[in-house]
Write a protein that binds this ligand. Structure first.
Ligand SMILES: *Cc1c(COP(=O)(O)O)cnc(C)c1O
Length: 354
């Protein structure tokens, strides 16, 4: 029997995607060749890349609005570098809501002045800062829409004329957002879109060309745009599997439908966390993420019992990140509501036993 997989990333993808992807490893498009052994310049693969890029813009409602979708390498961590390299001339603002924002800030400082526009570091990132002023002289404002480790999520985005850059690695395609508010969006595939090895970048073309420094070809968005995301050999398997997941998402009602399911899953789990006296949530209630729910046991001595029960129920990947401890349930698009039901049953069973 398959496990109930709450892993934070790499994480669960739809079963049918795993099946289709594994078939393509043996025989892709009935070519009697593996997707891993054909040229990335062949029509069969170029079609995959084009479909993936189109599906992204279509699902996000960004078609015909001046955006390009790219599938790059180096993970979201490489985007910490590339965003600043390509966009930071004088001064950039960052909202520091956790480990990932902090790492993005560190890289940006190599390229220019960086201001912490707001931060929740004072409470180990258990909330989203609000009511801050965005300076008007920034090259861009960077934010992390969902904090995978701490379980917080930005629900309302700042209104500003400054270009917005967002790390959406762990909540891309999970909820309805006006994506056209953003000038650059990036996301490592392995949280909600595909396997590790590729990173989605959605970029509004007119924000480029404003920095004076020379940018190495591989790190320049302009290069990748001009070559249709095929400047060098792309990670073919990761792009193919991401494309299959995007197709699955579209066939199942797109982001709107996924968002509805994600709300149901999150509501089910958070109600249990709030009602069951043996558990306490980590993130501030109004900032809770619908993707990653962080919580702790009220009494540590129940840990062994709880962990054994989780194992017996076939639940995988519930350990919290080492910087927060406790538990974290990641409920990405492909996680069935039933898996959350199984987790909630274990939690209430623990209450009956204790
Ligand atoms: C996982 C994660 C990253 C890092 O992604 P890599 O692809 O491993 O570099 C960055 N930002 C967020 C929000 C993440 O969840």
């Amino acid at each position: 029997m398959k496990k109930h997989n709450f892993s934070a990333g790499p994480c669960i993808l739809p079963q049918e995607v795993f099946k289709q992807a594994s078939e393509a490893v043996l025989n892709f498009n009935n070519l009697d060749l593996s997707i891993l052994e054909i040229s990335h310049r062949s029509k069969d693969f170029v079609d995959v890349m084009e479909e993936a890029r189109e599906l992204v813009l279509e699902l996000m409602g960004l078609e015909g609005k001046g955006y390009k979708a790219l599938f790059l390498q180096g993970g979201a961590s490489m985007q910490f570098v590339m965003t600043a390299y390509n966009l930071l001339e004088n001064k950039a603002g960052y909202i520091n809501t956790g480990t990932w924002s902090d790492k993005a800030i560190k890289e940006a400082k190599i390229f220019g002045e960086v201001v912490d526009v707001a931060s929740s570091k004072d409470k180990n990132y258990n909330y989203i800062p609000k009511g801050f002023e965005v300076p008007s002289d920034l090259d861009y404002l960077h934010l992390t829409t969902n904090n995978t480790i701490f379980g917080t999520q930005i629900k309302e985005f700042p209104t500003t004329d400054v270009p917005l850059v967002a790390d959406m690695s762990s909540d891309i395609f999970s909820r309805e957002i006006d994506f056209s508010k953003f000038d650059l969006i990036y996301a490592g595939a392995q949280k909600n879109m595909g396997p590790a090895g590729t990173t989605l970048v959605v970029i509004k073309e007119d924000i480029l060309g404003k920095v004076t420094r020379q940018i190495p070809s591989m790190l320049s968005y302009a290069t990748h745009i001009s070559k249709g995301s095929m400047f060098n050999t792309p990670p073919v398997f990761a792009v193919y599997t991401s494309m299959l997941t995007l197709r699955w998402l579209k066939e199942n009602g797109g982001i709107a439908k996924a968002a509805e399911e994600n709300e149901k899953k999150a509501t089910l789990l958070y109600s249990e966390i709030d009602l069951n006296p043996l558990f306490k949530g980590y993130a501030a209630k109004e900032d809770r993420s619908i993707m990653n729910a962080t919580f702790n046991l009220a009494e540590d001595n129940l840990k062994e019992t709880f962990d054994t029960m989780l194992k017996e129920a076939g639940i995988n990947g519930l350990n919290g990140h080492r910087s927060v401890g406790g538990y974290r349930a990641s409920m990405y698009n492909a996680l069935p509501l039933n898996s959350v039901g199984v987790l909630v049953d274990v939690m209430s069973e623990l209450e009956r036993k204790a």
